[in-house]
Design a binder for this molecule. Sequence first.
Ligand code: GLU
Length: 474
Amino acid sequence: MKMTDQARQVVTRFAPSPTGFLHIGSARTALFNWLYARARGGRFVLRIEDTDRDRSTPEATEAILNGLDWLGLDWDGPASSQFAARDRHAGIAREMLASGTAYKCFSPQEEIAAFREAARAEGRSTLFLSPWRDRADADHPDAPHVIRLKAPRDGKTVIDDAVQGQVTTRNDQLDDMVLLRSDGTPTYMLAVVVDDHDMGITHVIRGDDHLNNAARQAQIYHAMGWPLPVFAHIPLIHGPDGKKLSKRHGALGVGEYAAMGYPAAAMRNYLARLGWSHGDDELFTDAQAQAWFDLGGIGKSPARLDFRKLASVSAWHIAQMADADLMTEIAGFLALTGQPALSQAQHNGVLSAMYCLKDRAKSLPDLLEKARFVLKNRPIDRDEASQAALTDVSRGILSELTEQLQNDSWSRDTLEVILTSVAEAHGLKFGQLAQPLRAALAGRTVTPSVYDMMLVIGRDETIARLTEATAPAR
Ligand code: GLU
């Protein structure tokens, strides 16, 4: 039976060069590949492109793996090293030599450089055409040489890109690329193609900074008689100002977003929407993203980073998340940012308050700030605004409130009756009473609702904090 494309198992890959941290653009590339494979019961593999020995470091590999881990993108099988497969790459170059799709070129570097310089000066094409392309073996000197692809001189190379459409390159615009250097090491272009072929990659989804490489890579596929993968070159991410993303736009590494306390699920949602869309859907779960993700939904123009949108996506995910999962997120965030873990009592306190914290918290630190009233013990330290809210007058009113809180049952309804009547008795709007009450309970003027705080910490603690706040100033 002939294998149709549909019958072939989807295999995608993420192929980072380990020269730094996990950039959010790369993270998005990884996410798209992961989504595409996961949605189709396919495999998603990780290949570390560590052939540049001067720039590749184990620390960078570690940082990339950690970034993917944090983002929750799991890959199938062990991560592979491109460098480790160099003998295989070189073997293919020699196979191509034997089959006549590649040739030995003895032109020295300096000669090629001089040719290019002269061509540039005279305004001619700088495309180097090796004089060795059609020379018989008998003419070959015993001298250092590279192996070049014998690329077609006529016609064109066409890539049917799933995002960019048909991309055509005239073959006379492409020189005979080097496959194997004179020191016997394979070039990046060869390594990528051999690896993608050997790993059975069916879909190459990557940044459109690699679009030019695709035509060259296609020539190697053709020379080897290998089927082309589906290419999908995605536009790069731009900054909020529409310019190419750079350091001045703010956080570039995935780790920085983790340290800002955005849950990974929110980051996946946000990154998925950066360049891909499914109708008007902005907020979605992983299951939805996997069900919906398709190459046809990837836009052709660069997506812009939007930190406000990220915050709102994050707020939605935090509100959605199960309380226990949020506790895990908080623990991870505290560890990541080098903060002490919550004590058992703090853990219990935050968990019991979670119902009133998770609405409208934009990030995990935001959630922890809202949880301040359960995290802090007496004496409550107060910021300036809450100190200012505790005037002599408001302290007097809070004392009166304290007395009224002694007897009745501790329920939202009774608390509402008491607070409303105290406010009314003093001709205050509710907010005018709530403000000093927040200051007394949390040491802040921005907090969850006073009812929630009182219900969570209970009558004794509420009264103790009110007593502390209303004690005559020393
Ligand atoms: N290693 C390349 C990079 O980090 C990716 C190559 C590819 O996806 O084909 O940009």
